[in-house]
Design a protein around this ligand. Structure first.
Ligand code: NDP
Length: 477
């Protein structure tokens, strides 16, 4: 038993994570259901560090020093349960199973509870950064017991990405499902970021009349400012890419149907359960869904639309600046909604999640890494009980400065018939929060009318009902 850590499940993620541990000086036991993959890993990358090839589950467990640290990187869902079932009987109290797959946090809570009975620490861990991140430094979001973090944290800190200030992009998120919950919301925010960028692209193309190559340059310029982020950077790369077979812009030869694996949808489903308005994230999930409904789109192609007026060259340049403002303002709203969901989940499940720490570990390694996250971290560092990111003075000032342009972009989108559901949902959220009065008062009146659901008054305490079917006098309910 000489390995400090073991990785089972050696597809792209597990294999790169194992190499990352080895490159950082840890002795890594490797195991895969199909043993040939473990063999191949050692054959191919054995010179990168110390690997211990193991063939059976028993060998694998035996290769690990105690307390054992066993990382599971298999397909999320049933395979994870199958692997736990296989390994748990071989483990001893104090050992740790780290599930780095994209598990649903409710599954993680169940698994944690079941394994706790056996004295085994189950560490549901979000890992972001894809294949490349797993190898060179991902953002890591471990849940589970504080005790398990004490044993694992230093190793995770070593293999994780580092933010610009050198701090590791990992921290103990909170008990049981907290890590996977935060990873879920990370992915929801990722969906929203991608959707907003896609809308910006579409507007620059259809309203301003720019070509994909010109838009790539615009994104490159934006990437030098406050929108500096991995997603903006790769957007420019994708837009500048030309299809070798046809000579056309790559983006014009790709089928316009966006797929999804489910974490964005989970973010919205859980938000509905928690009563958290994540309208921007929801629109991003729905936009992918709309794109995939080719039959609906084909049946709707002849629906009437506005006559579009192309912008002049100077107007196009001014419009591009406005789109940057709209994108930035909408991004603030997406993150506001996402962090609200994390705060709500934390309160619901008693996780006590440090929102500033979450922003901090998303600064590097993960798909949504961005200069912007430093601002969020600073906002929560300044005030840990910040009720909303929009309550932060800095963000409030910036979104206020952007709002005229944001509105102008949506006017143009509407007039020209270009869908911008992410920008629109974000602005509606902003305006709803700002509003002195919402039409919810009317909604309450309707509910009381048809269902005697009662309402509260602005001027005194208590619940009331109006006798709508009678003399319309008010009674205290
Ligand atoms: P896959 O999700 O494709 O999973 C393949 C691995 O799971 C293989 O090692 C396979 O073994 C193993 N496996 C499948 N079923 C079983 C089973 N019943 N028993 C034992 N082992 C099984 O691999 P990825 O590397 O793409 O992802 C691993 C995990 O990381 C997933 O949960 C994924 O959601 C998550 N993730 C992936 C990211 C990515 O960018 N790909 C990013 C972040 C997280 P075998 O070789 O024998 O078939």
């Amino acid at each position: 038993s000489s390995a400090q850590i073991g990785v089972t499940g050696l597809a792209v993620m597990g294999r790169n994570l194992a190499r990352n541990f080895a490159r950082n000086g840890f002795t890594v036991a490797v195991h895969n259901r199909t043993a040939a993959k473990a063999r191949a890993l050692v054959d191919e990358f054995g010179d990168e560090g110390e690997f211990v090839y193991t063939e059976t589950a028993k060998d694998f467990v035996a290769a690990l020093e105690r307390p054992r640290r066993l990382v599971v990187m298999v397909k999320a869902g049933e395979p994870t349960d199958a692997v736990i079932k296989e390994f748990a009987p071989l483990l001893e109290p104090g050992d740790m199973i780290v599930d780095g797959g994209n598990a649903h946090f409710a599954d993680t809570r169940r698994r944690e509870r079941e394994l706790r009975e056996l004295g085994i620490h189950f560490v549901g861990t979000g890992v972001s950064g894809g294949e490349e991140g797993a190898l060179n430094g991902p953002s890591i979001m471990p849940g589970g017991s504080a005790e398990s973090y004490a044993a694992l944290g230093p190793m995770l800190e070593k293999i994780s990405a580092k933010a610009a200030d050198g701090s590791p992009c990992t921290a103990h998120i909170g008990p049981d499902g907290a890590g996977h919950f935060v990873k879920m919301v990370h992915n929801g925010i990722e969906y929203a970021d991608m959707q907003l960028i896609a809308e910006a692209y579409q507007l620059l193309r259809e309203v301003a009349g720019y070509s994909p190559a010109e838009i790539a340059d615009i994104f490159r310029t934006w990437n030098r400012g406050r929108l500096d982020s991995y997603l903006i950077e790769i957007t420019a790369e994708v837009l500048a890419h030309v299809d070798a077979a046809t000579g056309k812009p790559f983006v014009d030869v790709v089928a316009d149907r966006a797929e999804q694996k489910g974490t964005g949808r989970w973010t919205v489903q859980i938000a509905l359960d928690l009563g958290v308005p994540v309208s921007g994230i929801a629109e991003a999930v729905f936009a992918r869904s709309v794109s995939g409904h080719t039959e609906l789109r084909a049946a709707s192609r002849d629906l009437a639309g506005p006559v579009a007026e192309p912008l002049s060259k100077e107007a196009a340049a001014a419009f591009a600046d406005r789109v940057e403002q709209a994108l930035y303002a909408s991004k603030i709203v997406s993150y506001t909604q996402g962090f609200h969901e994390i705060a709500a989940g934390s309160a619901e499940y008693g996780w006590d999640i440090d929102l500033g720490a979450v922003a901090s570990i998303w600064r590097g390694g993960c798909i949504i890494r961005a200069a912007f996250l430093d601002r969020i971290r600073a906002a929560y560092d300044a005030r840990a009980d910040l009720p909303s990111l929009l309550a932060d003075e800095g963000f409030a000032r910036e979104i206020g400065a952007a709002q005229d342009d944001w509105r102008a972009v949506l006017v143009a989108a509407t007039q020209q018939g270009v869908p911008a559901p992410g920008f629109a949902a974000a602005l509606a959220y902003y305006d709803a929060l700002r509003a002195e009065r919402l039409p919810a008062a009317l909604t309450q009146g309707q509910r009381d009318y048809f269902g005697a659901h009662t309402y509260r008054r602005t001027d005194r305490e208590g619940s009331f009902h109006t006798l709508w079917g009678g003399d319309r006098s008010e009674v205290e309910a």
